[in-house]
Design a binder for this molecule. Structure first.
Ligand code: DQA
Length: 136
């Protein structure tokens, strides 16, 4: 099943970035985990908001479901939310438990357009989100 797993800013640094919060799984290992659960998963990461919006348009045009970790854009990017709203279905994932962190992380502008949101389960959240899309 063709799906997109789209990761926003700084997620390419997984494995070395704030490992107490995000764990020690590297980005390459996360890609492998996603493709183990769904061999047709197209897993991408960008630090460029315009690039991410382009990928969400691609999902909309091709009817491809999306697992989305928008990183910090979650908390303020209405442009990303509008683009995500065009995709057929979006499951939002956060590695960390954002509700237990700084106040600015408590609200996601993406959640209202997501089918569901998984937070705080680390990379297991991606596995759960892909499974949810598979049985959707
Ligand atoms: C994150 C949480 C965001 O607040 C943060 O800016 C990230 C990662 C997560 O996966 O826990 O970059 O989306």
């Amino acid at each position: 099943m063709k799906i997109f797993v789209l990761n926003g800013p700084n997620l390419g640094r997984l494995g070395t970035r704030q490992t107490d919060i995000y764990g020690t799984t590297t980005y390459a290992e996360l890609v492998a985990l996603c493709q183990q659960v769904e061999p047709e998963a197209d897993v991408r990461q960008t630090d460029d908001e315009a690039q991410m919006i382009g990928w969400l348009h691609e999902a909309a045009d091709s009817g491809t479901p999306v697992v989305l970790n928008p990183g910090a854009w979650s908390h303020y990017s209405y442009a990303l939310r509008d683009a995500a709203a065009l995709a057929p279905v979006v499951i939002e994932v956060h590695l960390s438990q954002t509700a237990a962190r700084e106040e600015f992380r408590h609200h996601s502008v993406i959640s209202a357009i997501a089918r569901g949101t998984i937070t705080g389960l680390g990379v297991e959240g991606y596995r759960a989100a892909i499974r949810a899309l598979q049985s959707h």
